[in-house]
Design a binder for this molecule. Structure first.
Ligand code: ADP
Ligand code: MG
Length: 493
């Protein structure tokens, strides 16, 4: 549909855009991203013929751009410029009718039935038909942007060029505009070339994206490839962080604020442990980045209260999460700040182990009850009863910065250490009589300060993993000893 060959040019003798080449297929959504002043709008001006490049060629449907007469070009290409002109005295319908000009013959041509039909359809598709007879200046910015989109659509173009179309639109208008473009690309084979300010919108909606740095191509391809941390940081000259979108396969780019962090303190020393029969609460003055399987705050989060709550072994609530939040409220602990677990095990049997050396500092707190100990290798065949609460809860505090990979590896290392402690303490699955590897409702929380030394690995023989393995093993073994001791004294009594 569109082909750019080695385009160089600008407004004077100094080229703004240099050596840009790409093809856009029919029905493709192609985005152009880059910082302010990187030449995005200038590049778009070359494509709709508002500016002549000094060098290079542009083809639309295999024909050089320069061979198109203005009306013929307007039937192929519609433009939504960055600053839409304000034709305020017109009604919405009149503005959209302007989109039909390339199809009008003669100076005083009248509106044909066909034109009216297309104008109505365009307004319908963009959701502005109900304002058709209102003056443009009575509409909001978002509504006006939709009117200009309707006008572009009324041109019945094969290709739509947009310069920051979502600027000044609130989030729901941005999404619905881009959803509409995506729908047209799929159903009408409309080709879309859009300058987009928002990297995340570009990532979610474009098939391919061009990243410009000072008028040159920095990267070109699928958003997942272009939105790479290092190249984005070199282009935008700021620290960025890439994550994956929670529900669609698309990268998410976030900024990192430039605030000074106070790393002088040892935050493990600063942990405040409060122990009651109803709960143990470990609190910190800072938020720790957590990965957990807890009742409250599961998954990744940032928390500063870590609550291990004791409940009766027959605890059975329809909605444990909201019941737990009420419990936290009664303690005046903010549930948004909390990772919260439950256990029927006695909190008095909890064990705390700290492993600290010149390479780092790890603190583990664990509680264990093994009434529902399970041999995981037999669970599929042997276990059918509903789960009850009787749990090994493990809390791991790490002074340092962990990558997501390290969080996952710490989880693995800690799980192995727990299983080994169960084996060494001869804990059996009561149903199968074979060595248990855990219980049916175990929870784990890995919390790191995300300050100081960075750990890329948490595996069993890594610098961090060795400490995790030792601390988790010793804490679980110790709490199991206390649990067994308590059971023995019960049965003797
Ligand atoms: P972007 O759209 O990426 O923010 P532009 O393409 O608008 O960037 O601008 C790129 C460079 O070209 C900037 O340095 C800008 O000052 C310059 N420029 C833009 N428009 C004009 C113009 N009409 N005349 C001269 N220089 C311009
Ligand atoms: Mg621009």
């Amino acid at each position: 549909m569109l082909e750019l060959q080695d385009i160089t040019g600008g407004y004077g003798s100094v080229p703004i855009v240099q050596n840009i080449s790409f093809n856009v297929e029919a029905g493709e959504i192609f985005s152009i991203v880059g910082p302010n002043g990187s030449g995005k709008s200038t590049l778009l001006k070359f494509i709709f013929g508002a500016l002549e490049p000094d060098q290079g060629k542009i083809f639309i449907d295999h024909k050089p751009l320069s061979t198109y007469a203005p009306k013929a070009l307007a039937k192929k290409v519609a433009v939504l410029p960055q600053h839409a002109e304000t034709t305020f005295s017109f009604t919405v319908r009149q503005v959209v009718e302007l989109g039909r000009y390339p199809y009008q013959k003669g100076l005083f041509s009248t509106q044909l039935e066909e034109d009216t039909k297309i104008v109505d359809q365009s307004m319908e598709e963009t959701g502005v038909l109900s304002f058709a007879d209102q003056p443009l200046d009575t509409l909001s910015g978002g509504e006006r942007q939709r009117v200009f989109l309707a006008r572009a659509l009324a041109q019945e173009p094969d290709m739509l060029l947009l310069d920051e179309p979502t600027n000044h639109l609130d989030i729901s208008f941005q999404i619905s505009l881009l959803d509409t473009l995506k729908k047209w690309a799929r159903t009408k084979k409309l080709t879309v070339v859009a300058v987009l300010h928002d990297l995340n919108m570009a990532a979610m909606y474009s098939d391919r994206t061009l990243l410009l740095k000072e008028g040159r191509q920095e990267a070109l391809g699928k958003p997942a490839y272009v939105m790479e941390k290092n190249s984005l940081e070199s282009v935008y000259k700021t620290e960025l962080y890439r994550k994956e979108h929670p529900s669609v396969p698309s990268p998410l780019i976030t900024l990192v604020p430039h605030t000074e962090k106070d790393v002088a303190e040892n935050y493990i020393d600063g942990l405040l442990v409060t122990e009651e029969t109803s709960h143990t609460c470990i609190s910190s003055s800072i938020y720790w980045k957590t990965l957990s399987s807890a009742v409250i705050g599961a998954g990744f989060g940032w928390h500063r209260h870590f609550v291990n709550r004791h409940v009766d072994k027959n605890y059975n609530e329809d909605n444990p999460e909201s019941e737990y939040m009420m419990f936290l409220q009664s303690l005046q602990i903010d549930s948004q700040d909390t990772t919260g677990m439950m256990t029927a095990a006695s909190l008095a049997d909890g064990a705390k182990v700290r492993v600290q050396d010149e390479d780092g500092d790890v603190f583990v707190y664990a509680t264990a009850g093994t009434a529902n100990a399970v041999d995981v290798s037999k669970a599929y065949e042997k276990h059918s009863q509903p789960v009850t609460i009787g749990t090994i809860n493990i809390w791991i505090f790490i002074d340092g910065t962990l990558t997501e990979a390290a969080y996952t590896q710490v989880m693995m290392t800690a799980t192995e250490a727990k299983a080994k402690a169960l084996l060494d303490k001869d804990i059996l699955d009561p149903d199968t009589g074979t060595p248990a590897t855990g219980t049916s409702t175990d929870s784990m929380c890995v919390a790191a300060t995300q300050q100081g030394d960075t750990y890329h690995y948490g595996g069993t023989i890594s610098v961090l993993g060795k400490k995790i393995g030792k601390a988790v093993y010793e804490a679980v073994a110790e709490t199991l000893d206390r649990y067994k001791e308590r059971r023995r004294s019960y049965s003797q009594a």
